[in-house]
Design a protein around this ligand. Structure first.
Ligand code: 13P
Ligand code: SF4
Length: 319
């Protein structure tokens, strides 16, 4: 209603006054995605969020997503002020890969090239040779394999296993997973496919292997949004966070979208596949952040400089 409209207007005014760009992930509230669109910010996957933040001229970046996304922005743009609606938004992959344990793991495999997913802390990125996101992980593994390099991969075991199966690269995997994608169930998905023979299945590679094996398209969130628009199928079954439907519906108006089944599916839960940390971002804490200047992302400078090498390699490789 009118109150919501006033909050939206106030946020737009503050973004403008503070020379700030809003950078949002597809999994955050549709209201935030819409604001990012309307104010010249961006809505994208984690690679394009990093690129946009680095290239944009704004002196402040407001990152609506989870902590590693804000930290990546700060690693790449230390001169910019980076704010987040909340600093409490974690990621199970990041939480499941503490830097000290990760360093000990790497010490066991000194001959391997260390490739980490961007869903990690600055300390983990500081130890890595390369940072990747799901959109370029396969390509980088192929590239390293062609150079005869062996890989240490962390932290997502499903994505690591998918890359290993696709490329045949020699990889050791850290044992981590995403709490959202780990819940998709292959058996129920098979039944759903049988009911909808006209449907294509879109899967994010953080899902279990048995779910990936049922996919028509496997890719990062941006790749899945693009596939939704370009595939001829009138119906799309989607195995990723339900926040993505805001953009998918824009990309493919008129198509029918069905959420892939999760273990937690019930009559009371219409969007079980939704990241609890992404859900912590909202219009009200965005407004409070802009008004107060609180929730600034700060990273240790010595770690940042180390993490910049592997993170910059991600951008260079993605070119
Ligand atoms: P994308 O890079 O595909 O956007 O993935 C980020 C993420 O957190 C998926 O759960
Ligand atoms: Fe992390 Fe999964 Fe949430 Fe993405 S959806 S931020 S991988 S917990």
């Amino acid at each position: 209603g009118a109150e919501l409209e006033a909050v939206r207007d106030r946020i737009k005014q503050l973004l403008h006054e503070q020379d700030a760009a809003l950078v949002a992930h597809y999994y955050v509230d549709a209201e935030l995605q819409r604001l990012a669109e309307e104010t010249g910010g961006c809505v994208s996957d984690s690679l394009d969020m990093a690129r946009f933040g680095k290239e944009h001229a704004a002196s402040t970046l407001v990152v609506a997503g989870v902590r590693f996304m804000g930290e990546t922005a700060k690693i790449l743009s230390p001169e910019k002020r980076v704010l987040m609606p909340t600093l409490e938004a974690e990621c199970s992959l990041d939480l499941g890969c503490p830097a000290d344990e990760f360093n000990a793991f790497c010490d066991q495999y000194p001959d391997r090239t260390v490739v980490v997913y961007s869903n990690t802390s600055v300390g983990v990125k500081a130890r890595a040779d390369y940072v990747v996101t799901s959109s370029i992980a396969l390509k980088l593994a192929e590239h390293l394999k062609a150079r005869g390099e062996k890989i240490l991969w962390a932290p997502d075991k499903h994505l690591g296993d998918y890359i290993r199966r696709q490329t045949g690269a020699d990889m050791v995997l850290w044992d981590g997973s995403c709490v959202v994608h780990d819940e998709f169930k292959a058996g129920a998905l098979l039944e759903l496919k049988a009911k909808h023979p006209e449907a294509a299945v879109l899967v994010h590679p953080e899902s279990p292997a048995a779910v990936i094996d049922l996919a028509d398209v496997v890719g990062s969130t941006t790749q899945l949004v693009k596939a939704a628009g370009s595939l001829p199928n009138p119906t799309l079954i989607v195995a990723t966070d339900s926040g993505i439907f805001y953009k998918m519906k824009q990309a493919a108006p008129g198509k029918t979208f069905i959420e892939a089944p999760t273990g937690g599916h019930s009559a009371t839960c219409h969007s079980c596949a939704h990241c609890p940390w992404m859900a912590m971002n909202g219009l009200h804490n965005l407004l409070t952040t802009l008004e107060s200047g609180d929730n600034e992302v700060l990273v240790d400078e010595a770690l940042r400089v180390k993490a910049l090498r592997s993170t910059q390699r991600m951008l260079d490789f993605a070119k």
